[in-house]
Design a protein. Structure first.
Length: 176
């Protein structure tokens, strides 16, 4: 009997740590984006954005810990790489996020905004092209046999790549 931990497809403690690191990046990104006195409708916009940024930003950490940590067979696949590509702009720009609201009008803020918008745009374009290439190669007359077994990380990466417009919405909320 082969369980998920033996094949490298199951969720592990290191995966959980990578998701927590993604949540830390999301916290840094959203630090100044939440105004005081937010209505319930506003919180309904903040929480999905936080979760979306956290999951997206965890991609590079999951890729690194799986690639160099335990290295499952056949890793990484398309979805895994796309998850890392989409998460990289969030991780990198969290390092240059202005610390105080007084610095919001400074050059650091403009570098941050341009970097975040450009990074997310490039990552989204890369994901669109890669998903299109992968799906365009599938012959239309292919018989539907047994579905390929995919790891949960590949599912998350493909879902984020297909839902790439959400990344722009996250940037709108985070970058104010």
């Amino acid at each position: 009997m082969n369980d998920g931990s033996e094949s490298g497809s199951g969720f592990t403690l290191l995966d959980g740590i990578a998701l927590v690191m993604g949540a830390a990046v999301a916290s840094a990104q959203m630090r100044d984006a939440i105004p005081r006195g937010l209505t319930p409708l506003g919180w309904g916009l903040v929480w999905p954005t936080f979760v979306g940024v956290a999951v997206t930003a965890a991609g590079p950490f999951v890729l690194l810990e799986r690639r160099f940590g335990r290295r499952p067979a056949g890793y990484p696949k398309l979805g895994d790489r796309l998850w890392a590509v989409l998460g990289t702009p969030w991780v990198l720009t969290a390092l240059i996020r202005p610390v105080s609201s007084a610095a919001a009008e400074s050059d650091a803020a403009s570098v941050y905004h341009v970097g975040l918008w450009t990074g997310v745009a490039i990552a989204s374009c890369v994901s669109i092209v890669d998903v299109w290439r992968a799906w365009a190669r599938i012959p239309s007359g292919r018989e539907l046999g047994e579905p390929a077994r995919r790891r949960w990380t590949e599912h998350v990466g493909l879902l984020l790549a297909i839902a790439w417009p959400l990344q722009s919405g996250f940037v709108l909320v985070v970058a104010e």
